[in-house]
Design a protein. Structure first.
Lengths: 196, 130
């Protein structure tokens, strides 16, 4: 698995799905999630040569910093924190165990950044069960766990972010951040499984 | 002027941020270092961590800087900008939980009298439901 392939696959997957993310966000947010993620990952891909030349952990930190500086919405600091903190917590050794620990550390930082927790209709509702599947060593279950978790945000009521202004009206829509997290997880799995 | 707490106004819209800053200038005067920023890095609606850091820099005061924000992403990006400041400045910048226009005017009024950062923040936050 090369760092270049990983970043290209994740970035292009989010860019391809930008319109879908925007539609989800128009339903319950401010309608900029797809546009913001596309802007952020276009900036990442524009800097691909420099990023891919780094070791994986350093590359992830660079991806995170680019998202923070380029996105322009709340998803910038949130996804920026996720990628940066995984990079900071990940050493030179990349195994399911080290990845599980790094993702767990990053999830704690995302919780703090967003003042949020699971069950509040956010990206955390996908990241937390995915981390649990990685930690359990059940790699074959990750894809389904991510899809089920994203679908499970549909009946949730938003507590955080712009969607929380809608109260009960946020019920019945998938959370755009949960969907973008699912897309990231799926694209990473595609690379790991040699399907990208 | 550098003796007073600085005020930064961060909105998704540059027009809102500039308008709020105009009101502060007219109602409070020039005794308070004041900067505003708004818009994402492409110029659309949103906020930019770099622009927020630059605005903090423009109004930097040894007494600190109070930031007023409009909606979610402006707050998250402002908190991110604070964390990216040099260590010796991080503890002297706060995001006020207050309405952006009223909060900016109240914070600046308090700051213009030489109040501490904590007093400035508390005055702005009196506007929010407890």
């Amino acid at each position: 698995m090369t760092t270049r392939l990983l970043i290209t696959t994740v970035g292009s997957r989010l860019i391809e799905h930008a319109d879908e993310l925007t539609r989800l966000d128009q339903a319950i947010g401010d309608g900029d999630h797809g546009v913001n993620m596309r802007r952020g990952f276009e900036a990442v891909l524009a800097d691909l040569d420099a990023i891919a030349a780094k070791p994986l952990n350093e590359a992830l930190k660079q991806v995170g910093m680019t998202l923070v500086m380029k996105v322009g919405g709340a998803s910038g600091p949130l996804y920026g924190t996720l990628f940066s903190e995984i990079g900071k917590a990940l050493g030179d050794e990349v195994t399911p165990a080290t990845v599980a620990a790094a993702v767990d550390a990053a999830i704690q930082k995302v919780k703090a950044r967003g003042k949020s927790d699971i069950g509040q209709k956010t990206m955390l509702d996908v990241l937390v069960p995915v981390q649990a599947a990685i930690a359990a060593g059940n790699l074959g279950a990750i894809r389904t766990a991510a899809a089920d978790a994203a679908a499970a945000t549909v009946p949730m009521k938003a507590i955080r972010g712009r969607a929380s202004f809608l109260g009960d009206r946020s019920i019945g829509h998938m959370d755009p951040g949960a969907r973008s997290s699912q897309l990231i997880v799926e694209s990473v799995l595609d690379v790991v499984e040699g399907r990208a | 002027m550098s003796g007073n707490v600085g005020i930064v106004i961060v909105s998704h819209s540059p027009l809102v941020a500039e308008g709020a800053a105009d009101m502060v200038r007219q109602m409070v005067g020039d005794e308070v270092p004041l900067a505003w920023c708004g818009g994402n890095p492409e110029g659309g609606l949103g906020t930019s961590v770099q622009s927020i850091m630059d605005a903090i820099d423009r109004v930097w005061s040894e007494k600190g800087v109070a930031i007023l924000v409009d909606l979610g992403g402006a707050e998250t990006n402002s908190e991110m900008a604070i964390e990216m400041l040099p260590d010796d400045r991080q503890g002297r910048v706060v995001v006020c939980n207050a309405p952006i226009v009223e909060g900016a005017v109240m914070a600046a009024t308090e700051a213009s009298g030489g109040a501490s950062l904590d007093q400035v923040r508390r005055t702005a936050e009196e506007l929010s439901p407890q």
